[in-house]
Every structure is written in C-alpha cells, then in structure tokens.
Ligand binder design. Sequence first.
Ligand SMILES: *[C@@H]1O[C@H](CO)[C@@H](O)[C@H](O)[C@H]1NC(C)=O
Ligand SMILES: *[C@@H]1O[C@H](CO)[C@@H](O)[C@H](O)[C@H]1NC(C)=O
Ligand SMILES: *[C@@H]1O[C@H](CO)[C@@H](O)[C@H](O)[C@H]1NC(C)=O
Ligand SMILES: *[C@@H]1O[C@H](CO)[C@@H](O)[C@H](O)[C@H]1NC(C)=O
Ligand SMILES: *[C@@H]1O[C@H](CO)[C@@H](O)[C@H](O)[C@H]1NC(C)=O
Ligand SMILES: *[C@@H]1O[C@H](CO)[C@@H](O)[C@H](O)[C@H]1NC(C)=O
Ligand SMILES: *[C@@H]1O[C@H](CO)[C@@H](O)[C@H](O)[C@H]1NC(C)=O
Ligand SMILES: *[C@@H]1O[C@H](CO)[C@@H](O)[C@H](O)[C@H]1NC(C)=O
Ligand SMILES: *[C@@H]1O[C@H](CO)[C@@H](O)[C@H](O)[C@H]1NC(C)=O
Length: 591
Amino acid sequence: MKGLCSPLVLLLAVLGRLGEGSWTDGHSLTRRGADNSGLESFVRHRYPTVVAFGDYLYVDGGELLQQTNGTETNSTQLGQSYSLSALNSTLSLRLDEAWTNETVKFRSIPKTAPLLDQQIYWTDTPINTFYTWGGMAVGTATPPANELWLFNADGTGGGAWSQVPQGDFRDFSRLRRPVGSSFTQTARVGYALGGQVTSKTDRSIQKEDPGYAVPGLVSYDFQTGQWTNISTAGYQGYGTNLNGQAEYVPFGPNGLLLFFGGAEAPVDATAGSIVQLSWNMLTLYDPVTGKWYTQLTNGMRPPLVERACSVGVEGPNNTYEIFIYGGTSDQWGVVSSDVYVLSLPGFIFFKADSLGTRRADHACVVVGKGKRQMLSYGGVDGGSGLRSTTTTPDPWRQGIGIFDMTEMKWMDSYDPNATNYDVPAQVSSWYVEGGMNNVMWTSDEVKQLFLNGSSITYGATSNSSSTENSDSSHSGRRIGGIVGGTVGGVIFISVTCAVAFLLLRRRRRRQSAISEEISEYRPEPWPKDTPRLRSTTPGTMMTLEPTPIEPVEISGTARGELPGEDVDWTYELPVPTPRTRPELPDRKYTF
Ligand SMILES: *[C@@H]1O[C@H](CO)[C@@H](O)[C@H](O)[C@H]1NC(C)=O
Ligand SMILES: *[C@@H]1O[C@H](CO)[C@@H](O)[C@H](O)[C@H]1NC(C)=O
Ligand SMILES: *[C@@H]1O[C@H](CO)[C@@H](O)[C@H](O)[C@H]1NC(C)=O
Ligand SMILES: *[C@@H]1O[C@H](CO)[C@@H](O)[C@H](O)[C@H]1NC(C)=O
Ligand SMILES: *[C@@H]1O[C@H](CO)[C@@H](O)[C@H](O)[C@H]1NC(C)=O
Ligand SMILES: *[C@@H]1O[C@H](CO)[C@@H](O)[C@H](O)[C@H]1NC(C)=O
Ligand SMILES: *[C@@H]1O[C@H](CO)[C@@H](O)[C@H](O)[C@H]1NC(C)=O
Ligand SMILES: *[C@@H]1O[C@H](CO)[C@@H](O)[C@H](O)[C@H]1NC(C)=O
Ligand SMILES: *[C@@H]1O[C@H](CO)[C@@H](O)[C@H](O)[C@H]1NC(C)=O
C-alpha cells in the first residue's frame, strides 16, 4: 500500500479532469443517469459527503473517477480508460454487519437534489435527516440557486431528498453559496465558518477560483429555520477561513465550536494570498454568548494542512479527542498520510505511528457502537488545487479505510461490535503523568471553560490533590488548582508563537498558478436514531414550531485516586439531546 502512494506513481493526469468533466447539467433530474458504480471500476471519489445514522452510512455528492472498459491502469491517455462524473445517486452501506473493503456493498438511492462537490452538511439526528448547503458545481455545470436540501433516511438504508422551503427567506437570500467552509454543529444548529465563493458556487459571482474568501460564521437553526451570519472580525487576520475543520466540543456551560486547520486569505483572494493557518493557537467560539477565544496548543502538531478530515469523540474520563487525517500541506509540499489526535482539555497533539495513505478532499465519520472506529471515505492524492497535479488510483479498495482510534492504527476490516472507545495509551499517559500541569491557558476565562465543572481525573494524581480537593463543591477545582501558576510561561510561548506565525505567513502557498479548486471537507459526525421532535415529511420543515429548550443536566461520579476521593459532578447541557447518549451536548455517534 505504501508503494502505491509514491508520488512517482502518477497514473492519471487528473488535473483539469477532477473538476472539469463533461457533466453539463448537474441538477436536472431528467438527464440524470444511473451510476455505473462498482468495485471493479472504482478509481477515486473526491469531495464526498459522509453521514451515519443508526445502522447505515450514507455517501452523497462529489465526483467519481472510474475506469472504463478493459484498458491498462497505467495509461496516461485520459478519457479513454477513465471517466469522471458526478455521483448521480446517494449510496448507503450497512453498519450492523462486519465487512472488509473487499466485501463491502453499497446500495444506490435515487437522488433529486443538485449534484455537487464538497457540500456543507449538518445532521439532524433525532429525525434521521441531514441537510446539505453550498458546494461546488461538478465539471462545467453551472451552480444551482441558493437552496437548502435535506435527505431523510428511512432507517432501512433508503431515504428521500427534498428541498427545504425557507421561512427566513430574507436572511437566507442574502447569503452567498460558499464552498470550503469549516462546518460543524450542535444538536440543533449548524455552523459554517468562511469558505470561498466562485463562479462555480454562486451564480452571482463571476470571479473564478479562488474567487472571494468569505468572512462570517453562518448558522442555521434546524428547528426554527433561522439563518444568521455572525461577524468574524476578530478571527485570524481577515475573518476568513478556507478548507479548514471545525468540531463542536463539550466544554464550558454551552459547549464550544473549535476551528482548526485550513487557510486564510483576504476577501479578494488570489492563489498567492492564501496562507495556511498555524496549529499553535486554535480558535474557539461560544455559540450562546457569542464570545471568541483562542488557546495555545502543544505536542506533536500536524503539518499545516487544508482539506483534511476530522472526527471528535469523547473519552471515558471526560477528555475529548479530535482525530485529524490527511489534508494537503504547502508546508510539506505533499498530501499527508498521517493521523493526528488533539486531546482536550490538554490541548495536546499526538501523531499515530500507523501509516495511512495520502488523502485530501475525503470525509471521515465515527462508526460502530463503541464509537472507536473512524471510517475514512474517498479523497485524492493529487489533482487541481493540490500540490501534485495528478492522482493515483485509490490504494484502498472502494476508497474505504478504518482506523481504530484507541489503538491508533489502521485496520483491515470494520467491526460493528468493536468495544468502546478509550483514550489512546500515549494520550492517557500524558494526563497521568501530569500533563495538565503544563497547559498554558491563554486566559483565566478559557481555563474556566475547560476546567470548571470538569470531572477529569487525569493529572489530579499529585500528592497535594487531597488537600486541594477538600473544598471542591465542583470537581473542576482539583485540576484548576494544579494548573495555576503557569501564567508567566504564557507570555514566552505567545511570543514564540507569534514569531513562528509571522514566519509561516511569509510562506507563499503555491508558486505555480495552478488553478485552485476550492475545497475542504468535513468528516463527520452525527446521529442517533430516535425519530421525534417533528415531522419527517420532506419539505415541511419551515412550518415547524420552535421547541422550547430545556437545559439538561447530567451527572456522574468522577473517580478519585482513592475511593474516598470520588467526586460527584453535574453538567448542564445546553440543549435536549437524544436520551441514548446524554453526555454530549452535541453530536451523537451512537448507533
Ligand atoms: C451519471 O449519469 C450520467 C448521465 O447518464 C453518466 O454519464 C455518468 O457516468 C453517471 N455517473 C456515474 C458515476 O456513473
Ligand atoms: C465492459 O465490457 C463488458 C463486455 O465486454 C460489458 O459487459 C461491461 O458492461 C462493460 N463495462 C463498462 C463499464 O462499460
Ligand atoms: C504498463 O505497466 C506495465 C508494467 O509496469 C508495462 O509493462 C507496460 O508497458 C505499461 N504500459 C504502458 C502503456 O505504459
Ligand atoms: C455483533 O454482536 C451481535 C449481538 O451480540 C451479534 O449478533 C453479531 O453476530 C456480532 N457481529 C459480529 C460481526 O461479530
Ligand atoms: C456574511 O457576512 C459577511 C459580512 O457582511 C459577508 O461578507 C459574507 O458574504 C456573508 N456570508 C455569506 C455566506 O454570505
Ligand atoms: C482496503 O484495501 C487495501 C487494499 O486492497 C488494504 O490494504 C487495506 O487494508 C484495506 N482496508 C480496509 C479497511 O479494509
Ligand atoms: C463554574 O461552575 C459554577 C458551578 O457549577 C457555575 O455556576 C459557573 O457558571 C461556572 N463558570 C463558568 C465560567 O463556566
Ligand atoms: C506521592 O505519595 C506516594 C505515597 O503516598 C509516594 O510514594 C510518592 O512518592 C509521592 N509522590 C510525589 C510526587 O510526592
Ligand atoms: C478512566 O477512569 C476510570 C474510572 O473512572 C479508570 O478506571 C481508568 O483507569 C481511567 N482511564 C485512564 C486511561 O486512566
């Protein structure tokens, strides 16, 4: 598998193919053919949307590079051996049975929504629905009007598409149609930061890629149908973000949106003005108070990348880990094959030793009951907008990889019964060895958000903890006490980071004027399967009444070092969540 990843294996001159096929009428239903997909002809699937509900995984959107009849795979004669076209249908895959990528079988579901690359997608878990918004027209197609679509899964591997009527048409119609936004969600609100608008994403834009970088954080409330566009004036240099990642993390009273990776550019972007963002300092947003924060990171940070994929998973001891796979790196000049994990609240990065395959413009999602496996689907290792101008055929059959997040290694097969996710050994030893003592909080406010009410037991093993603990009416105190006193270091680190950041900014992105395809992609998250809250009839969304929000309290016992040190804790969640996994204010990964 390693050999196949060699950049020398440039089998396919896909530049100018992935992204400019002959598909001219992307969203006209009448002209839409069936996919002639299948294991035999699969070469690559770029820009997919991947969502899991209950026992099924759904794959939608993007473009398929397929092998046509009977020619050798090392042909460079494009168009003879290979074809590139939009995925015409939505695919589904069973997650309740074991498979390998040799045996996996997709089912094809007819699709009436526009065929697009790199869509923004949000899942409304309680009603088995995912929404798609934005995205880029495939090939030479013109982009559709600004529309929000939803796919309503039927729970048996099928489902139906419908357009969502807009109750908040005034605000919706003001929005541009972006691609490459960093998106995530809470249980009931979807968020998309930045992105780009080009002639291939928005009919009102003439400028070709890279078009305009979009400032603002757009939100869409699934229940009220309300759209907002929140100012990002304080975010990074321009308030813009291209092809980055976002995760909702369950810390603080309201949960926080964490933004990482990707690039920034001035609004009137040029290929040379796009600069990939540093990992040294990550940005956080409190969706309830509307406050922005930053926090420094430590450990083995990934190379600067765009178009990676990420998933988030909660550890058994109240850490929250974010796994980041692949992405294209200007810094390293390649598409990355590595998986990194960022653990919160430690803000510490680790790298997996297990070798993956180079991949960008793919999507990831947590699968299996134990939420221990990350499924990566699709992606390319070259093509327009990436460092290499050509992509190789996917070294993974059908573009599927399974990563065991506890073992931190790539697996040969999917196991629906894999045991529960536990924190990887190197991450837990960092906490056990007192790593939290060295976290440099950028402010007391951020520290409070991450440690107040926390029941993390790691790092609290110092011998002084029993005394510090004596007044803890809320358990976060224990860590808070240990972490104090490191503020001086913050200044030094900040200066170091600022210098590093300035150096990085100088780095010009790509020398060549290769036309840059927009992208990003999002891995994702999702769902649980208790249908409720509102009608699942497609197309009736906007008539829904807003449901009153009741805070949800959860509680438990944090294990102390000694039995006598156990601490009871409660945690108030911002939104009602499906009762199957009440501990996350947000996304559900349960099956
Ligand atoms: C989608 O339909 C078109 C038109 O029939 C066809 O040319 C194309 O190959 C189909 N896409 C796939 C992935 O098969
Ligand atoms: C390839 O050719 C075989 C017969 O030679 C035919 O059955 C098959 O459908 C063809 N496949 C494609 C993708 O055209
Ligand atoms: C394809 O690769 C094989 C083995 O690597 C080689 O013998 C053959 O000549 C190649 N064909 C073309 C058209 O390059
Ligand atoms: C998973 O567990 C279920 C129930 O225990 C069992 O029926 C099924 O065979 C298991 N599947 C695999 C692949 O082990
Ligand atoms: C959000 O607002 C900003 C500032 O007004 C604007 O430039 C941007 O285009 C808006 N975002 C979208 C997606 O329309
Ligand atoms: C997928 O296929 C490749 C090659 O066939 C194999 O090396 C890899 O281990 C497989 N991965 C999974 C998750 O099955
Ligand atoms: C800290 O916890 C207390 C008690 O749980 C709560 O009242 C307070 O609002 C919390 N502060 C922050 C910043 O979360
Ligand atoms: C903590 O206490 C244990 C015994 O209670 C002792 O063995 C250990 O050396 C102490 N560690 C530190 C860092 O003081
Ligand atoms: C997590 O906490 C449990 C008890 O709550 C403990 O048994 C386990 O060792 C902890 N995990 C790690 C990695 O420390």
